[in-house]
Ligand binder design. Structure first.
Ligand code: CMP
Length: 139
């Protein structure tokens, strides 16, 4: 089915000027960018986005990192967009990511792993709504 998923190009990637290279990987996989903006989160805003990880030992480091530099938030649309996006990203830990994936090519570590993507339809819906209004989604 035609789906939408939410994607973040993280600070380690925007800093290294990889926004275009990463977006090209999504487009080559058949995903369409239907919304995109560059923003700089506060640590508190990052904390709300990642609230599900609040009890994890890496939560504070994660929120510091995600607010350290600008990010690019995008909505990607396509057939099975959630699974397809996860396939293109590769495993969370770049050491475990398959050849040709974004994290294999670009990620620096499990924390500085260049991209985030929604893991399920319900989270995609919530994550899109946190960053975008309906008017900003142009399919
Ligand atoms: P993401 O898909 O953005 O969702 C949660 C993030 O937490 C994850 O990608 C990783 O970047 C980060 N993360 C997971 N495990 C660790 C870890 N052990 N240390 C630092 N960050 C982590």
């Amino acid at each position: 089915a035609l789906e939408r998923t939410f994607s973040i190009i993280k600070p380690d990637a925007t800093k290294r000027n990889l926004t275009g290279a990463i977006t090209a990987k999504f487009e080559e996989a058949g995903l369409r960018v239907v919304a995109s903006k560059r923003i700089h989160l506060t640590k508190a805003q990052a904390g709300v986005f990642y609230a599900v990880h609040k009890e994890r030992p890496f939560y504070d480091e994660l929120c510091e990192f995600m607010s350290s530099e600008p990010i690019v938030v995008q909505v990607l649309e396509g057939e099975n967009a959630i699974a397809k996006n996860r396939e293109v990203m590769g495993a969370t830990n770049p050491a475990e990511a398959a050849d040709g994936t974004i994290r294999k090519e670009f990620a620096l570590s499990i924390g500085e792993n260049s991209v985030h993507g929604s893991d399920a339809p319900e989270t995609a819906k919530e994550e899109i709504a946190y960053f975008f209004s309906g008017l900003e989604l142009v399919g």
